[in-house]
Design a protein around this ligand. Sequence first.
Ligand code: 5GP
Length: 126
Amino acid sequence: MAYAYDPTNIFARILRGEIPNNTVLETEHTLAFRDIAPQAPDHVLVIPKGPYATFDHFSNEASDAEILDFYRTAGQVCKMLGIEPGEGGMGFRAITNSGEHGVQDVPHFHMHILAGRVLGRMLSRG
Ligand code: 5GP
């Protein structure tokens, strides 16, 4: 199955500079910015600049350089926020929702990094 990507999605528009964002960190292949509707005191979205719709799309089709840059940037964001457990931080949750059952709203692959409060159990039963 070929992966599809819709370039009209809101994160593609952010990457094109059509709408503003609150950038935390930008690298050659990756952008990290604050979520517009934070669900924790720290809520950062990490996205690849390339056109990947979901976690599996990115993992299967992105270049080694893009994947390395994405994960290094996510790790750097954790350092910048001071949330690393064992390094004086109180920990965090990294989530990526994919597709309908994953309840993904924006069809551009992204990782949520949530921190700053106890986040509760991973899944509700709803
Ligand atoms: P999803 O449900 O796809 O995993 O998460 C999408 C996230 O994108 C949500 O947490 C939502 O608040 C965030 N979001 C949607 N539109 C915008 C926007 O225009 N700017 C920013 N910074 N975040 C957005």
